[in-house]
Design a protein around this ligand. Structure first.
Ligand code: SF4
Length: 330
């Protein structure tokens, strides 16, 4: 499949070429499947779209110019929600969540309420010279760091994420390793997320993890715990890039052709609820990007009595094919 080098600055909002795709809901029913919730054990908190990077693959079109940022009042609402819901995991994401002034309050607030706190990081933001306090806090609170590290190839990585980002990411990984992150037995978990740099479905996760572990260790002395390998979701800036580069139709067809009914049972939306920067709830971060409210109904975190009920409906769209391609996206 063709992968063009189109800079994100060139990308306008374009209509995709016409495409005939079986609706995702129909693909489910053809296999006798329904996408409903089980017990919801994870609260994902998207603190906003502000980011120091403007990555081509970003499904949220996050970047330095974005103004959507969770305010302290909503942070407090989220903490109250976590208190009345007993989640097992709080998964903090953005944008670059480290850039939200309320990040410390959020981590402190949810720390006593859930056994596992995760922070998704683009890594480069940890190297701006202003995050030492936050790094100390992550270590003290045993926050799991889930770091975006798309490629081992510096040129490919910089073309997707911006000039110089690869080296800054390596420096940040070394800093985290020096603090104990990524070392077996340290209790400080460092996981990497890799994704293709073009319009491709990713290779096997086990193979990719082996390759990343070997090369990162040999070339840069970097260690980590697990690697997750995901396809890019055709929303936001990545969708615009697919359209602009003429890859949209072929990519969507590739995803739908890779539909794996066995992946449905483990989809993250079945056990996760996502809260956006403004407090509204979604079934996952992709539905947040696509504007599909939780179960198709607009609901604010302050009105939510507890976790979504088991068996409740999950809103879906064609972007859901990303999650069911191959081994799936959990
Ligand atoms: S995009 Fe969201 S709702 Fe759709 S399958 Fe993936 S996790 Fe579930």
């Amino acid at each position: 499949m063709y992968s063009a080098q189109v800079s994100h600055e060139e990308i306008d909002v374009l209509s995709p070429e016409p495409i005939t795709l079986m609706p995702f809901s129909l693909a489910l029913s053809r296999h006798g499947l329904k996408l409903n919730r089980v017990t919801t054990h994870t609260l994902q908190v998207n603190v906003g779209f502000l980011c120091n990077q403007t990555c081509r693959h970003c499904h949220l079109s996050a970047g330095p110019g974005r103004k959507e940022n969770m305010e302290l009042g909503i942070v407090n609402e989220v903490v109250s929600y976590a208190r009345r819901s007993c989640f097992e995991t709080i998964d903090i994401t953005g944008g670059a969540p480290e850039m939200n002034p309320g990040i410390g309050a959020l981590i402190e607030g949810v720390f006593p309420l859930a056994p596992r706190i995760m922070l998704r990081s683009n890594l480069s933001v940890l190297n701006d010279g202003k995050k030492d306090q936050l790094l100390k806090m992550l270590k003290a609170y045993r926050v799991v760091v889930v770091a975006s590290f798309p490629s081992l190839n510096e040129f490919q990585s910089d073309s997707q994420r911006g000039d110089g980002i690869f080296q800054k990411s390596i420096d940040a990984l070394r800093k985290l390793n020096a603090m104990g992150y990524g070392h077996d037995g340290s209790g400080l978990e460092l996981n990497l997320v890799s994704n293709p740099t073009g319009a491709f479905v990713p290779p096997s996760q086990a193979e990719a993890e082996k390759r990343f572990r070997k090369i990162l260790k040999e070339k840069w002395g970097v260690v980590f715990n697990n690697l997750f390998n995901f396809a890019n979701t055709p929303l936001g800036r990545f969708r615009q890039w697919l359209v602009k580069s003429g890859n949209f139709t072929a990519y969507m067809e590739k995803l739908s052709a890779s539909f794996n009914p066995c992946a449905v049972e483990g989809l993250m939306c079945r056990s996760l609820v996502s809260v956006a920067w403004d407090g509204y709830l979604y079934d996952c971060d992709f539905n947040l990007a696509g504007g599909l409210f939780m179960g198709g109904r607009k609901m604010h975190v302050s009105e939510m009595p507890g976790p979504p009920e088991p068996d409740s409906h999950i809103a879906t769209g064609d972007h859901c094919y990303t999650c069911t391609a191959g081994a799936g996206f959990t």
